[in-house]
Design a protein around this ligand. Structure first.
Ligand SMILES: Cc1cc2nc3c(=O)[nH]c(=O)nc-3n(C[C@H](O)[C@H](O)[C@H](O)COP(=O)(O)OP(=O)(O)OC[C@H]3O[C@@H](n4cnc5c(N)ncnc54)[C@H](O)[C@@H]3O)c2cc1C
Length: 323
């Protein structure tokens, strides 16, 4: 079984999710692991993916990938599946790629499983696990035997692990893009304003604040704790709806899904819609003054207390230990 990883990158620098998916692929493949990198400067550091187990990196560095995203990228993904002989594609479960993967799946007659949080081998088959019903249940899915399978894996579902293998063999990917594929083009890209903190879905540590903060200014406490830990800032919907923090930081069913090594929630009750976006976090810590708050039922560590006292004490302790 060869596996192709759709390796997301930032101007040629592979993102953490690319390393995570390659690590997962290495554990599942009994054939070769391949990577596909698309877009401007895609090949700049492609050989480095060998350290995570990619034998070959297929690179498509073409303005078509940037300017006419969906159709040309679909053609590239199909070409890479054919060139690599992959029966399985692991891709980042990112809304930006779902249109590309869906189209490629139709062309390849492949089965698709989205929101995957784990993949295991069962003989020759792969079994993917995904949360359903807002994360209340786990579903185990298997693609019909004989079909290619495309698994959209959530960020941080797998840990990244280097193997120190030899550099990947970097090969340019031949992609034919016809005029019909250029019907829709990207006309403008608006960069999100950066806070200097890590991106929430990529960060290993996320500190999230909720209505218990009492006011927008309460988020200063959350930011202090996030900065002390080197983490990202998240929020409940009650906090974003109140205008206390921008909506792109909302975690949950109608916000973003995160799966960091550490989630620290302060003044968040743990409603089911919030839990749907964070309950696969590896370690969950909650600070809440109500001992009956539902978040404590999924927390590994809970502190019952007033966040206005607990959070500053925590920041002080973290700073002290950092020396
Ligand atoms: C269709 C739908 C989709 C939704 N999607 C989302 C979603 O994506 N994300 C999301 O988060 N929610 C979502 N919600 C809303 C969700 O149901 C909850 O209303 C919301 O998560 C509550 O946010 P909260 O925990 O911040 O506020 P609350 O539920 O009001 O909880 C505040 C908590 O703070 C504690 N507290 C108060 N003061 C202090 C203090 N001084 N110190 C310590 N603790 C204190 C309280 O004990 C309480 O537990 C959705 C709802 C619907 C219907």
């Amino acid at each position: 079984m060869n596996i192709l990883v759709l390796a997301d990158h930032d101007r040629g620098t592979p993102k953490k999710i690319a390393h995570q998916l390659l690590t997962a692929a290495r554990g599942l493949a009994d054939g070769e692991v391949h990577a596909l990198l698309m877009g401007a400067d895609a090949g700049a550091h492609a050989e480095q993916l060998g350290a995570y187990g990619a034998a070959t990196a297929h690179v498509w560095d073409d303005s078509d990938a940037e300017d006419y995203a969906t159709e040309p990228q679909t053609a590239a993904l199909v070409a890479a599946v054919q060139a690599s002989g992959a029966q399985v594609v692991l891709y980042p479960g990112d809304p930006l790629l779902s249109d590309v993967v869906a189209r490629a799946a139709v062309r390849l007659e492949a089965g698709v499983v989205t929101d995957v949080t784990d993949v295991e081998r069962d003989g020759d088959a792969l079994v993917a696990t995904k949360p359903i019903f807002g994360g209340d249940m786990l579903s185990r899915c298997q693609v019909e035997p004989g079909r290619p399978q495309m698994l959209g894996v959530k960020a941080n579902a797998f840990a990244e692990e280097e193997v120190g293998g030899s550099p990947a063999d970097v090969v340019p990917l031949e992609v034919t893009v016809d005029d019909a594929a250029r019907r829709a083009r990207v006309v403008e890209v608006v960069e999100e304003q950066s806070s200097g903190r890590p991106e929430m879905t990529e960060a290993p540590i996320v500190v999230a604040g909720g209505r218990g903060l009492g006011e927008a200014e309460g988020f200063a406490l959350v930011e202090q704790l996030a900065d002390a830990l080197g983490g990202a800032v998240g929020a409940s919907r009650a906090a974003t709806d109140a205008g206390w923090y921008p909506h792109q930081h909302q975690i949950g069913q109608t916000g973003k899904t995160i799966s960091p090594q550490l989630y620290l929630g302060v003044g968040i009750s743990g409603a089911i819609q919030h839990r749907a976006g964070m309950q696969t976090s590896q370690t969950i810590v909650a600070v809440n003054k109500d001992p009956e708050a539902p978040i404590f039922s999924i927390a590994d560590l809970g502190v019952v207390g007033d966040l206005k006292q607990v959070v500053p004490a925590l920041v002080e302790e973290v700073e002290k230990r950092k020396g």
